[in-house]
Design a protein around this ligand. Structure first.
Ligand SMILES: [Fe+2]
Ligand SMILES: [Fe+2]
Length: 411
């Protein structure tokens, strides 16, 4: 399916390119065109990478629109498809079919832009008020959506993530900054129209600033990820028996959340909080953390404090939001006999019920100082036995399916 999609897009793109070959009336027109081609190519250097995806976002669209409106559809289609080529496209780093696929996507969306622009009464060569402006905005929206849709389909086929999930996680956040580029596109066209394309160089400062802030946003997301990973390693390192515990809990909880059809945003947040669910153990004394054998009543009471301590540690971390509560309540039980607040049933946040189930499953399937691990089948039985008492029955149902999938995948 994915291969067919790639081939069809690349094929249609090549066809669009070959049937729309740019022509120029004079050598100065050609020189202006080449200059703008270079500007687009510069804007494409070091593009912004989309989180968790393999795609990139660039700030060249207004420049591409300028070329299309002023030099005509064929010129725009060629710029959009070819000025966006980068070093990695030539070095073999990107497979040829993907290079062609990307060119295809870009050629198709600029083709759609020019069709929408013409259909709305826009003229090529000049941008006329008011009709040309309306035509331009319509065409820019068509191009953005066409691009986003083509990319989402590809990423969804590639990752197995739902189309809606890809849209929410990788596309939605970038749309407002794309919309901000439309008025800039109009301004660029007007400047090039009145003062010639060479003055367009002036626009590169704000464009690069915008690009910088996009890059920073993405770096920040990555930094959160790495920080959560580092913290979870620090937690697990305190106890040889729980090595990798937080990471596994995060993974199981994310699979569970996916099984329960939660949105991609929630799944991602559950993964983060899963990594940090035992962060409060950092504040528990070594004598208790490293104790071999069962706890005394007092020791157990002290150990229990880790959920509240953990949520306090996460206080003020805006990014975690409600995740603080999930940490606090990850040892609550469906029947109300858990801690710290003895919440019952749906009083416990769903995410906390999910993390609780993932947490216990990992505890069951790994060796602990006080007990040997259960086999996967025994753990499944134990989960089913505790549905409705310790765990939310719906969450257990989903967890059993996750476990079945892990077994068939050879865990
Ligand atoms: Fe815990
Ligand atoms: Fe835990």
């Amino acid at each position: 399916m994915k291969q067919a999609y790639i081939l069809v897009t690349a094929g249609v793109g090549v066809w669009v390119l070959l049937t729309n070959f740019p022509t120029f009336r004079s050598s100065s027109e050609l020189a202006e065109y080449l200059f703008m081609f270079i500007l687009v190519a510069i804007g494409e250097v070091a593009p912004v990478t989309i989180p968790r995806g393999s795609g990139t976002v660039s700030v060249s669209p207004p420049m591409n629109y300028t070329v299309t409106v002023l030099c005509g559809p064929a010129a725009g289609i060629w710029v959009n498809a070819l000025a966006t080529l980068r070093k990695r496209d030539f070095s073999g780093q990107v497979p040829l079919k993907l290079v062609l696929f990307n060119r295809g996507m870009l050629a198709i969306s600029m083709f759609m832009f020019s069709k929408a622009y013409a259909a709305m009464g826009g003229h090529f060569g000049t941008l006329e008020w008011p009709r040309g402006y309306v035509a331009f905005l319509t065409a820019a929206i068509v191009d953005t959506l066409c691009n986003a849709l083509q990319f989402s389909v590809y990423f969804s086929l590639d990752s197995g993530m739902s189309l809606r999930g890809v849209w929410r996680l990788n596309i939605q956040w970038s749309l407002p900054s794309m919309l901000a580029l439309y008025p800039l596109g109009i301004l660029m066209i007007l400047v090039a129209q009145e003062a010639g394309p060479f003055l367009l160089t002036l626009f590169y400062l704000p464009l690069l600033t915008m690009k910088y802030s996009l890059t920073k946003y993405i770096e920040l997301r990555l930094a959160y990820h790495e920080m959560a990973g580092a913290l979870s390693n620090a937690i697990d390192a305190r106890d040889a028996y729980t090595r990798g515990h937080s990471e596994r809990v995060a993974e199981y909880a994310a699979l569970l959340a996916k099984g329960l059809k939660l949105t991609e945003d929630r799944i991602e947040m559950i993964r983060y909080v899963g990594l940090l669910h035992d962060v409060g153990k950092i504040g528990i004394r070594d004598a208790i953390m490293k104790k071999q054998g069962t706890y005394t009543y007092e020791e157990y009471e002290e150990m229990k404090k880790h959920s509240v301590m953990g949520s306090q540690m996460l206080e003020g971390m805006k990014f975690i939001g409600k995740g603080q509560d999930w940490v606090k309540h990850h040892h609550e039980r469906w029947d109300g006999r858990g801690f710290p607040d003895g919440l019952k049933g749906e009083e416990i946040p769903l995410e906390a019920r999910i993390i609780a189930c993932a947490d216990s499953f990992d505890a069951m399937t790994t060796d602990r100082p006080y007990k040997a691990k259960l086999t996967i089948l025994e753990a499944k039985e134990e989960l089913a036995r505790c549905a409705g008492t310790q765990f939310d029955p719906e969450v257990v149902k989903a967890m059993l399916k996750v476990v079945d999938r892990m077994i068939s995948a050879g865990m």
